[in-house]
Design a protein around this ligand. Structure first.
Ligand code: ADE
Ligand code: ZN
Length: 316
């Protein structure tokens, strides 16, 4: 089944580039940039990847991103991910990057975006992997800081197609970012937002009604609100679901309890994604495989999930 799932043409719509930083590359970049690390080796770092919740993961994720310093580092990070796409027949990807994670450490926006976008261009030409980049705001920071990030990004407007919202969800509702999303949309960008991962269904309503998003990232807690379920089915609003992430971050106790196939059978436009593959134990194919192993996903269901991912692209 793995080989069959791997060969299925698919799009990936929820993947944080900083979350694709494999321990081996993290150690290589630390050495290249002469940065000391608190872990003795790759295995020690990997064994730190045990999380009880989103925040525990984010603490390590931001710490890991500190090894990314130069344009070449961002290029190498993105290129490694694109090679995985090629190997797993991901024909189109819409990855996130978190500029504030880098600009707040003194790395110029330009360094980040140039390294990433050059790799994405080369990926399309040399590997045949199409892509469209999403600039994601960190929701634990203020809306003014998001506005300043958008200001910095506008001179590079040709390098990304959408804005997103990620980081610590609880206590940081989408309503906090209404004005910056209004401005980004008026500048011609698409909008997506993480909502309903750890946060309540109300955050999904806000993301739809206030941020006017095209897709919901995660959204698995929509199932707690029947009226919301009806809306996302009626309007065919895509959900970018990340099964392995949800288990690693304890959103569900076990993969056998994941609701993605129930949602699919109810007519929700759900898709399968890896979120932070270096931290959660796999790329897209491994996420599909886990659904087969633990939920009995059939080949026909896998085909519908893959087709949903192609249908839900922002850029066709
Ligand atoms: N940043 C990277 N991965 C994330 C996730 N799963 N939720 C929120 N922010 C993130
Ligand atoms: Zn995410």
């Amino acid at each position: 089944m793995y080989e069959w799932l791997n060969a299925l043409p698919k799009a990936e719509l929820h993947m944080h580039l900083e979350g694709s930083l494999e321990p081996e590359l993290l150690f290589r970049l630390a050495e290249r940039n002469r940065i000391g690390l608190p872990w003795e080796n790759v295995d020690a770092l990997r064994s730190a990847y045990a999380f009880n919740n989103l925040q525990a993961f984010l603490d390590l994720y931001y710490q890991g991103a500190d090894v990314l310093r130069t344009e070449q580092d961002f290029y190498d990070l993105t290129w490694a991910y694109l090679q995985k796409c090629k190997a797993q027949n991901v024909v189109h990807t819409e990855p996130f990057f978190d500029p504030q994670t880098h600009t707040d450490r003194g790395i110029p926006f330009e360094v980040v975006v140039r390294g990433i976008s050059q790799a994405l261009k080369d990926g399309e030409r040399q590997l045949g992997v199409k892509s469209a980049l999403i600039l994601s705001f960190l929701r634990h920071l203020s809306e003014d800081q998001a506005q300043a990030t958008l200001d910095q990004a506008l001179p590079y407007r040709d390098t990304f197609v959408a804005v997103g919202l990620d980081s610590s969800e609880k206590g940081h509702p989408p309503s906090k970012f209404k004005r910056v999303f209004d401005r980004a949309r008026s500048e011609g960008f698409f909008a997506v937002a993480h909502a309903g991962e750890e946060g309540p269904p109300e955050y999904i309503w806000e993301a739809l009604d206030l941020l006017k998003i095209q897709r919901i990232d995660h959204g698995v807690r929509a199932i707690e609100d029947e009226r919301l379920m009806q809306r996302i089915i009626d309007e065919q609003i895509p959900l970018t679901v990340c099964p392995l992430s949800n288990i690693k971050l304890c959103v569900f106790d076990h993969m056998a309890k994941h609701n993605i196939l129930d949602m699919l059978e109810r007519g929700v436009k759900v898709t399968v994604n890896s979120d932070d593959p270096a931290y959660f134990g796999g790329y897209v194919t491994e996420n599909f495989e886990a659904l087969h192993t633990h939920l009995g996903m059939t080949q026909q269901q896998a085909q519908r999930l893959a087709q949903n991912s192609l249908d839900a692209r922002l850029v066709k």
